[in-house]
Design a protein around this ligand. Structure first.
Ligand code: NAD
Ligand code: IPM
Ligand code: MN
Length: 356
């Protein structure tokens, strides 16, 4: 029986269709024993035959694959964004991938818009709850189209959901080191419990309760507004941040700004023991799509995260080292100061990986 890891590849829309092929190219250059199967789920398929996810699609992914590598979903021809909701949020919710892990690392001081900030100063991770919150699509509209219209969007926070994401953060802190090999020490819970008291109260209580199981981990708390200010003033203090679905979405775009922009940010949507999904933080970026200018490094670093998760750590490290070298030598796209196209930057990294 083959021992190859089976990877489902879903590039999606816009720049997803440009950066994911580069990520696959680099994965192939590692020589790791991987078997790729491509899926055309996205706006084109939806516009052609109204399929978002084929029947049994999620069960098939969970059954037949070791991991899923995803690009981005969003296309101006589908203003309802229904396909993105059904495919992307569908995978996160229906496959119960509850922990969206978004590492924030600065590879080169030149990429950070803040003065005097070095790579060693930006090495934290955001653990975003990925299956609840305001993303659950619970709510409705009443008296639509009238002056009395009411729109309700509920914020779902379950004891089980809050506890498992907070435990994930504590465990992540305990078992992951920083890039300089020093231990991680602190879990910061970010919420808005001063205004959203019902949900915030649950998060606060569970945070206190489960912290007794992790006495070696320092607990911190910040309201999300203050955290945004601190991220821009001085990101050095952050280590592991855990937060709900919506705050996690917002603060990881802000954090991507520290890394050199959305083109540099990687993520994984995880549930230990299940088939997990790996997705760059950025979207489909319609205005730059099809021009060979999108930065493929976020997708390539996402592929490295996937390899590490699958236990192929030596090859994952090779990819990260190659991207770091490309960034330093500006063998990169224009958004991070290079002059290469998407394909050429991907080729450079793939060649570096093959030669290393
Ligand atoms: P976006 O991430 O697509 O783009 C935001 C900005 O970052 C734009 O200026 C874009 O040019 C730039 N950017 C993003 N990725 C880049 C890259 N790899 N290289 C260089 N520049 C890059 O966010 P948006 O504009 O808010 O959304 C566009 C579409 O993508 C929408 O339909 C949105 O819903 C969707 N979206 C999808 C995902 C996903 O599928 N994971 C994530 C975010 C947004
Ligand atoms: C992300 C994206 C998605 C989210 C959108 C496309 C629904 O912004 O992955 O960060 O909000 O989770
Ligand atoms: Mn987002």
């Amino acid at each position: 029986m083959s021992t190859a890891k089976r990877i489902a590849v879903i590039p999606g829309d816009g720049i997803g269709k440009e950066v994911i092929p580069q990520a696959v190219h680099v994965l192939k250059a590692t020589g790791a024993d991987l078997q790729f199967t491509h899926f055309d789920w996205g706006a084109d398929r939806y516009l052609a035959d109204e399929t978002t996810v084929p029947p049994d699609g999620f069960a098939m992914l969970a059954r037949d694959f070791n991991a899923i590598l995803v690009g981005a979903f969003g296309d101006p021809r589908v203003p309802s964004n229904i396909h993105a909701k059904e495919i992307l949020l569908g995978m996160r919710f229906k496959m119960d991938l509850y922990a969206n892990v978004r590492p924030v690392r600065l590879m080169d001081a030149a990429l950070c818009p803040l003065k005097g900030v070095e790579p060693k100063d930006v090495d934290f991770v955001v653990i975003r709850e990925n299956t609840e919150g305001v993303y659950g699509d619970v709510g409705g509209v009443f008296k639509q189209g009238t002056a009395d219209e009411v729109a309700i969007q509920e914020d779902i926070n379950t004891r089980k959901g809050v506890e498992r994401i907070l435990r994930y953060a504590f465990q992540y802190c305990r078992s992951n080191k920083k890039l300089d090999h020093s231990p991680r020490r602190r879990v910061l819970m970010c919420d808005k419990s001063n205004a959203m008291t019902h949900a915030g109260g649950l998060w606060q209580r569970v945070f206190q309760e489960i912290s007794v199981d992790y006495p070696q981990v320092e607990m911190q708390h910040m309201y999300v507004d203050a955290l945004c200010m601190q991220m821009v003033r001085d990101p050095r203090s952050f280590d592991v941040i855990v937060t709900n679905n919506m705050f996690g979405d917002i603060i990881t775009d802000l954090a991507a700004g520290l890394q050199g922009g959305l083109g540099m940010a990687a993520s994984g949507s995880l549930h230990p023991g299940k088939t997990c999904m790996f997705e760059p933080v950025h979207g489909s970026a319609p205005p730059i799509a099809g021009k060979n200018i999108a930065n493929p490094f976020g997708a390539i670093l996402t592929a490295a995260m996937m390899l590490a998760y699958l236990g192929i750590t030596d090859q994952a490290e090779k990819i990260e080292a190659a991207v770091l070298e490309a960034v330093r030598q500006k063998k990169a796209t224009a958004d991070i100061g290079g002059s290469l196209g998407t394909r050429e930057a991907g080729d450079w990294v793939a060649n570096f990986v093959s030669a290393s």
